[in-house]
Ligand binder design. Structure first.
Ligand code: S3P
Length: 438
């Protein structure tokens, strides 16, 4: 068997540190660039997505330097200190960069063209451009299939505030509106029907923006200069840690400690669901870094039982669903993921990528229509070896590696290079806990 082959291992043991949280890191760079002076960002994840944000700001005249393997320094020019890029800006495949920057660029005094890579060019942008246009933004994109797609040409305008009720539970959309709100006259309010990750809000508070939050309403007042905290430590990414949590839970004889992981309540869905599934998981050494809580997560191998993931829980674990589907395939009983249609518009259609792969491994999966969305039911059957695909998606690839660690036979994945989008050192980190893999 050529390609990347994973065989069952006898246990994961030891401790592992995970690169910084992607969502937090993007926002640290953005607000660092918009405040005056230096911001040092520690535990910065050098993955393709976060480097996209760095490249974008360099093109907008911001100096960003690598200080060491995991530290960067951003020299901000203040709220009104960005410069017009000399050419269209290529954002690569980072959806978070693209959507957040669309909001930020809408309020600048210049025009920018944002160009995306092949896959991101097929991901929907109307969810961001629609509210921004309500604020007075001048954006031209590619309209088709009742949506809008990159590239986007953003002619900066004087913006005005809005009160916007989010129709899609999306932290990227919320973040884009709040960033535009920094440049708008008056108070921009975003109302959430379902809570999504709140890293933009926490970072704005850390940088002393005129920000407030009450219940499900967040508000930012435009025009105030930001003040850098000078140093930010980015807690480990719980979406990356999730692969290790599930791996340790499903491989008998495992006990691992995952160090310094974000414990932000809006990201704790994975922890809550794994505990409901019977996973022996404990959190210790809680502390706060900037505005973000973090701590160590200890996981031991466990007998898993099925659970139901409710619609309201989905935003708190949206990126962890692929690996939770692996856990579900190995749990006793029927696990239900309610209204997870958003998975269709991620880096790949993750409902398709994960159902196709897990079915090849013997998984029993049903996808059902549920209102405007779709739900997934997985009956725990155990998993056998097979040849599966990454579909060019980092989280599908890492989920299938985790599945291979517990499957009855070898699992071959034809291409795992996509993993560098979020976690270039993933295979090395897993190998550190299991010994040789492939
Ligand atoms: C992110 C929000 C989520 C998530 C993505 C990162 C963010 O996307 O899936 O990986 O940093 O705001 P949506 O806003 O599309 O739900």
């Amino acid at each position: 068997m050529s390609g990347f082959v994973i065989r069952r291992v006898s246990g994961l043991k030891g401790s592992v540190s995970i690169p910084g949280d992607k969502s937090v890191a993007h926002r640290a760079v953005i607000l660092g660039a918009l405040s005056k002076g230096k911001t040092v960002i520690e535990n910065f994840p050098f993955n393709e997505d976060c480097l996209s944000t760095v490249v974008v700001f360099k093109q907008l005249g911001i100096s960003i330097n690598k200080r060491s393997e995991s530290v960067i320094e951003v020299k901000g020019n203040g709220l009104y200190g960005l410069r017009k890029a000399v050419s269209p800006i290529f954002v690569g495949e980072s959806g978070t960069t693209f959507r957040l920057m669309t909001g930020l660029l809408a309020g600048q005094g210049f025009k920018t063209e944002l160009v995306a890579g092949k896959v991101l060019s097929g991901r929907p942008m109307l969810r961001v451009t629609r509210p921004l246009r309500l604020m007075g933004a001048d954006i031209a994109g590619c309209r088709r299939n009742q949506d809008e797609y990159p590239p986007l040409t953003i002619q900066g305008k004087v913006l005005h505030s809005i009160t916007y009720r989010l129709p899609v539970a999306s932290a990227q959309v919320k973040g884009a509106i709040l960033l535009a709100g920094l440049y708008a006259s008056g108070k921009t309010k975003v109302i959430e029907q379902m809570a999504t990750r709140d890293h933009t809000e926490r970072m704005m508070q850390l940088f002393k923006a005129k920000f407030s939050a009450k219940g499900n309403v967040v508000m930012v007042k435009g025009g105030g200069e930001l003040v850098s905290p000078r140093k930010i430590y980015v807690p480990g990414d719980i979406s990356s840690a999730a692969f290790f949590m599930v791996a340790a839970a499903i491989v008998p004889g495992s006990e691992i400690t995952i160090k310094n992981i974000t414990l932000n309540p809006s990201r704790m869905g994975i922890v809550k669901v794994l505990k409901r599934m019977g996973v022996k998981l404990t959190v210790k050494g809680k502390k706060v870094s900037g505005r973000e809580p973090m701590g160590d997560i200890v996981v031991r191998s466990s007998i898993l039982k099925a659970t139901t993931i409710s619609k309201d829980e989905v935003p708190s674990l949206i990126d962890e669903i692929p690996v939770l589907m692996v856990a579900a395939a190995l749990a006793k009983g029927k696990t239900v993921f309610k209204e997870v249609g958003e998975l269709r518009v991620k880096e790949t259609d993750r409902i398709r990528s994960m159902t196709e792969n897990l079915r090849k491994m013997g998984g029993k999966i049903i996808v059902l229509k549920a209102g405007d969305s779709e739900s997934i039911e997985i009956s725990g059957t155990g998993l056998k070896g097979s040849i599966v695909k990454s579909f060019g998606d980092h989280r599908t690839a890492m989920s299938m590696i985790v599945a291979g660690l517990a499957a009855a036979g070898p699992v071959k994945i034809e291409d795992i290079s996509c993993i560098k989008k979020s976690f270039p050192g993933f295979v090395r980190a897993i190998t550190g806990l299991t010994g040789k893999l492939s």
